[in-house]
Design a protein. Structure first.
Length: 284
């Protein structure tokens, strides 16, 4: 169900879908994605998610509500499980892994949902009593312990980036002063050069592979070239300093992460230097 005008929930449409009489179309599970992916819509707040869940449960109390909480963890003082979600899932190479988890995801929620997921992931009767832990449990626990403060650093970097780029006249989502419900900072350039200069600035500030020249290239699953900058300790980890986006209108780069605030700041300063040197923005 698409969001209405790309913003809020389409409550009429949701009601219609939930009350469909055709048994083939009977809905058992609703999934809600908190973050925006490669879109310029707003990230959903936990309160907005709670409103949708109350609405859904008011019509169909038997429906399971699951939230993909990726990038949102610890950015607010509550989580979707506080507002009625039956099940909440996310990635441990983002906020709740604190940069230390090398792999993995989490599932939290009602006892029934967690148990059902566990028997699916292992086997009936064994549930979460067994399973591959790949010798990484200490990193998962330490990462989870560090998660909130690492997320705070990433948030601070995102706010700094929004404020810098807003002052230079670029559109920023969210803007420099809005409330934030995840760590993603989108900046729109309306031309590919801006995205490329930004991504290459982030790459040059990376602790690993800082010499690498990030370039747009085809990616499975995308209909345009994609540029990705990430010189991370954990490959693919986007709680580490990173920036990416599809090379297409409106030419928006999605920036996130930074395990520490000083590193996030360095990365953003490097992007600004590229903007100045390539004549994309005038800093003085
Ligand atoms: C990153 C992400 C995932 C996947 O997480 P992985 O740990 O990379 O598998 C799923 N959903 C959303 C919205 C994400 O941002």
């Amino acid at each position: 169900m698409d969001l209405k005008d790309g913003k809020g929930f389409d409550f009429d449409g949701i009601k219609e879908a939930l009350t469909a009489q055709d048994p083939e179309k009977k809905i058992h599970l609703v999934t809600i994605q908190r973050s925006k992916g490669y879109q310029t819509r707003k990230t959903l707040s936990v309160d907005q998610i709670g409103e949708a869940i109350s609405f859904i449960k008011g019509i169909r109390p038997d429906v399971t509500c699951m939230v993909d909480n990726c990038y949102g963890e610890f950015t607010m003082d509550k989580e979707p499980s506080d507002v009625g979600a039956d099940m909440v899932v996310g990635s441990l190479i983002k906020n709740p892994g604190g940069g230390l988890a090398p792999i993995g995801g989490y599932i939290v929620g009602t006892k029934e949902c967690v148990a059902n997921a566990a028997v699916r992931l292992t086997s009936p009767g064994l549930g979460k009593e067994v399973g591959a832990s790949l010798d990484v449990l200490p990193q998962l626990y330490e990462g989870f312990f560090m998660g909130p403060i690492v997320t705070a650093a990433a948030l601070k970097g995102a706010i700094f980036a929004a404020n810098c780029y807003e002052k230079l006249g670029f559109e920023t989502f969210p803007n420099g002063s809005e409330d934030r419900y995840d760590i993603i900072q989108a900046i729109t350039f309306h031309k590919p050069e801006g995205m490329i200069a930004f991504a290459q600035g982030i790459q040059s500030a990376s602790p690993i592979d800082s010499f690498v020249d990030a370039q747009p290239a085809p990616m499975p699953g995308y209909d345009s070239d994609v540029i990705m900058a990430a010189g991370a300790f954990v490959s693919g980890s986007s709680i580490e300093l990173s920036a990416d986006g599809p090379i297409r209108e409106p030419y928006t780069i999605y920036f996130q992460g930074g395990l520490t605030w000083p590193h996030a700041k360095l990365g953003i300063l490097k992007t600004l230097q590229n903007m100045q040197e390539r004549g994309i923005a005038k800093l003085d």
